[in-house]
Design a protein around this ligand. Structure first.
Ligand code: 13P
Length: 279
């Protein structure tokens, strides 16, 4: 993941990190990236990995990327559990995120350093978070009162002490569906971006406007996370097909409808982030 993000930050586009749910959704992500000649990050939440198991997910990636020519990374999204991260490293993930953002600052640094030590010898990239990104992502619920932006002063110390490949500062975006217009701290993002060349991750991608994406990408965000939009496409793709064909009971047609709905979402984001034709 490191290489694709360095290139993206330099050339001012972003790589989409799409939270997959099953084999079909992973297939959409890989095949759409190949079609659009885009690097891509297949992102897995801890909950999804626990549901399917480590080895099945890695075997899907291997199978789906056998004939692809575009770079595909497999990344573990927000994880607080070091033994879970170790299992992903052992199973073949190419990138992991340690999210110790809810811990005191020094503890966040210590845990993130520990993950860097676990991952680096295997050539695996590490993402870490500072500040607290709000909203709901699977079982992770961050209440309004706990949300806080990453401070530039702390970001400087963090980046000096922890050699991460991707840094996720909380800048006012949140996971899930936005209630009203999100207030993005562009100035803060700019200050943090100027501290180093480390590619930045933009969390809470679902529902952000094209203008917000463009501005954040200009300011150093090289990875954009999209999850909720795919959850909606996954369920609506199924539902709308069944509602339109209530008597059919053809599971493969339903899977195909789901595939098509997910593909629209993935393609739209790849084009928005400008990573098409960059592979
Ligand atoms: P959304 O669910 O808002 O798209 O956010 C995804 C994300 O940031 C995953 O870490």
């Amino acid at each position: 993941m490191t290489e694709m993000l360095i290139k993206a930050r330099e050339d001012k586009y972003a790589v989409g990190a799409f939270n997959i749910l099953d084999y079909n959704s992973m297939k959409v992500v890989v095949e759409t990236a190949q079609e659009l000649q885009s690097p891509v990050i297949v992102q897995t939440s801890e909950k999804t990995v626990s549901f399917w198991g480590f080895d099945p997910i890695v075997s899907w990636v291997k199978e789906l990327t056998q004939n692809t020519t575009v770079p595909v990374a497999i990344h573990l999204d927000h994880c607080k559990d070091l033994s879970f991260i170790q299992s992903c490293i052992n199973a073949g993930w190419s990138s992991v995120m340690i999210d110790a953002s809810s811990k005191p600052f020094e503890e966040n640094i210590r845990l993130s350093q520990q993950v860097v030590k676990m991952a680096k010898p295997h050539g695996i990239s590490v993402e870490a978070e500072l500040g607290e990104i709000g909203g709901i992502e699977d079982d992770m619920i961050i209440k309004e009162e706990d949300v806080h932006l990453a401070s530039a002063k702390k970001a400087k110390i963090f980046l000096e002490k922890v050699k991460v490949d991707c840094f996720a500062p909380a800048i006012g975006t949140s996971h899930g569906i936005y209630k009203g217009e999100p207030k993005i701290a562009f100035e803060r993002l700019k200050e943090i971006s100027q501290l180093s060349d480390t590619p930045l991750a933009l969390h809470g991608g679902t529902g952000l406007s094209e203008a917000v994406f463009k501005k954040c990408i200009q300011l150093g965000c090289a990875k954009v996370n999209i999850s909720t939009q795919l959850k909606y496409a996954f369920i609506d793709g199924f539902l709308y097909y069944h509602q339109a064909n209530p008597k059919e009971y053809n599971p493969l047609a339903v899977l195909q409808a789901q595939y098509s709905a997910l593909k629209i979402a993935v393609a739209e984001n790849i084009l928005l982030f400008g990573s098409n034709q960059r592979a």
